[in-house]
Design a protein around this ligand. Structure first.
Ligand code: MN3
Length: 209
């Protein structure tokens, strides 16, 4: 069997309250993310060479993966789900880390006019995503930033972009606390974004890593 695994949350389930409640975190990480990992391992059980690759590589090369279409679709959904949620837990932190600094801050100002404008664009992208999906801040390999939204668990990696910050707008991410009020969830989540991590991800892309 392939051995994609679920990493522990880097903080307690209740650490993001009141912005994200403990029960939501418990189910989101322990049930939803675990299911993506389990389903990815099951989908690739007969493809050992493919399943040796990091999940991010599977998504970058999704179109040319040497697997049947049904398996490719399972990788798109469950590999995407695994990679997207791994990033999501990484860029959240109790209390947030204030604002972007360094090269990321400069590029956000140049591209969007400031942090508030970036947040507004990402909130708009998330609010307009019909059904389930994600709102993203992503970069190309040259460091050009863009906001985009993807459906379901589609990853920006499959569009030759590197995701820096992703906001999960599936109902499972917010429904227990916010019910149908997705915009309220989108407004609240900025309180727990770890800008240090987002900036480090950007610096790594600029360094060619
Ligand atoms: Mn989710």
């Amino acid at each position: 069997m392939p051995e994609y695994t679920l990493a522990p949350l880097p903080f307690a389930h209740d650490a993001l309250e009141p912005h994200i409640d403990a029960k939501t975190m418990e189910i989101h990480h322990g049930k939803h993310h675990q299911a993506y990992v389990n389903n990815l391992n099951a989908a690739l059980k007969d493809f050992p060479a493919v399943s040796e690759l990091p999940v991010e590589n599977l998504l970058v090369d999704l179109d040319v993966l040497p697997v049947p279409d049904a398996t490719k679709n399972a990788v798109r959904n469950n590999g995407g789900g695994h990679a997207n949620h791994t990033l999501f837990w990484d860029i959240l932190t109790p209390g947030g880390s204030n604002v972007p600094v360094g090269k990321l801050a400069d590029k956000i100002n140049d591209t969007f006019g400031g942090l508030d404008q970036l947040k507004a664009q990402m909130n708009d992208a998330g609010a307009k995503r019909f059904g389930s999906g994600w709102s993203w801040l992503a970069t190309d390999e040259l460091g050009n930033l863009q906001v985009l939204s993807t459906a379901n668990q589609d990853s920006p990696l499959s569009q030759n972009l590197v995701p820096l910050l992703g906001i999960d707008v599936w109902e499972h991410a917010y429904y227990l606390s916010y019910q149908n009020r997705r915009p309220d969830y989108l407004a609240a989540i900025w309180n727990v974004v770890n800008w240090d991590k987002v900036g480090a991800r950007y610096d790594a892309v600029l360094a060619g890593k």
